[in-house]
Ligand binder design. Structure first.
Ligand code: AN0
Ligand code: CP
Length: 316
């Protein structure tokens, strides 16, 4: 069993029920991980994913090894067929089976590089791990999705919703650097599998890939989108559509989620996956308000990771 997208976890109501069972007693499944080793491989930085996934594995009785590819490992070539006369000392095609030989399960973090849309959207790094490791592989945020984040987001909404069908609004917000679409793609993919009312709002030019937008309502007027929202999910992303793939088209701070914006909602909860830039994505008063869920949302990363690892261990 791999865990790459929402379809890998089966029906969401059952997945959430299992997550809440894990949360009630996170040490109840320690036998599952005995003498099993998790290898977490990071091509990019992380705070939450690293700590929460390691904690989740420890709760299950696993051993954990972490490798930061860019700190201390050999520089890896990822493209096949090149003459390796540059600064890359080792090819991914050797590195993957070697790394796999030391573990039972592999987690991979590998962001979009914004060098080639086709390479990013074909998940060339993650797919090489799936093809060549012979181990179950799970995504710790790949080029196009961040399913452990979306699962934690769903658990958090389920814990806080006060009506069966809440209105969830995902809003683009400004950021000084070009960020991948993985978090918004994935959040949309998961929200589209629920029966919530789901709205996406962003400036023109920031349209996400249609396969992720799915049945969501896209509203270009942020104020209109926020009307009556029960949950506001903020995130920056760079443009997806050609010819601007990976570019910043706007830094318009009128899109920053402020108290004035939140006043348009149905006393909505504020959510963000973190790390977040205050004053750009969200104002201090909103992120510090009692309606801000960013800390419980991050805490649920341990629960989503543990639920996924539990499923993988049960299928080993
Ligand atoms: C990353 C992103 O936007 O995909 C990771 C978020 C979990 N964020 C940054 O690089 C700031
Ligand atoms: N939300 C999230 O994945 O955070 P990190 O990048 O710190 O792991």
């Amino acid at each position: 069993m791999n865990f790459i997208n929402v379809n890998d976890i089966g029906p969401l109501d059952r997945a959430v029920a299992e997550a809440l069972e894990v949360k009630r007693d996170r040490y109840a499944f320690q036998h599952l991980g005995r003498n099993k080793t998790l290898l977490m491989i990071f091509f990019n930085n992380s705070l939450r994913t690293r700590l929460s996934t390691q904690k989740a594995a420890m709760n299950l009785g696993m051993n954990v090894i972490v490798l930061d590819v860019n700190q201390g490992a050999w520089k890896l070539e990822t493209e096949r067929g090149v003459i390796m006369d540059g600064d890359k000392s080792e090819h991914l095609l050797e590195a993957i089976p070697v790394m796999a030989s030391y573990c039972d399960i592999i987690g991979v973090r590998s962001f979009a590089r914004f060098e080639s849309k086709a390479d990013d959207y074909n998940e060339i790094i993650l797919n090489q791990f799936i093809q060549h490791s012979g181990r179950p592989v799970f995504s710790m945020e790949a080029a196009t999705r961040h399913p452990l984040q979306s699962f934690a987001d769903l658990i958090t909404i389920e814990e806080h919703k006060t009506k069966a069908r809440p209105k969830v609004v995902m809003t683009w917000a400004p950021h000084p650097k070009a960020l991948p679409q993985a978090v918004p793609n994935s959040f949309a993919e998961w929200m589209n599998k629920t029966d919530y009312e789901f709205v996406i709002t962003h400036p023109e030019g920031y349209e996400l890939a249609p396969e992720f937008v799915g049945n969501a309502r896209v509203e270009y007027n942020q104020d209109k989108a926020l009307e009556g929202a029960d949950f506001v999910y903020a995130k920056n992303w760079a443009a997806y559509a050609d010819p601007n793939y990976g570019q910043i088209l706007s830094k318009d701070r009128s899109w920053t989620v402020s108290a004035q914006k939140m006043a348009l909602t149905n006393n909505a909860f504020f959510m963000h996956c973190l790390p977040v830039r205050r004053g750009m994505i969200v104002t201090d008063d909103v992120i510090e308000s009692p309606r801000s869920l960013v800390i419980p949302e991050a805490a649920n990363r341990e629960i989503s990771a543990q639920t996924v690892l539990k499923r993988i261990l049960e299928n080993l």
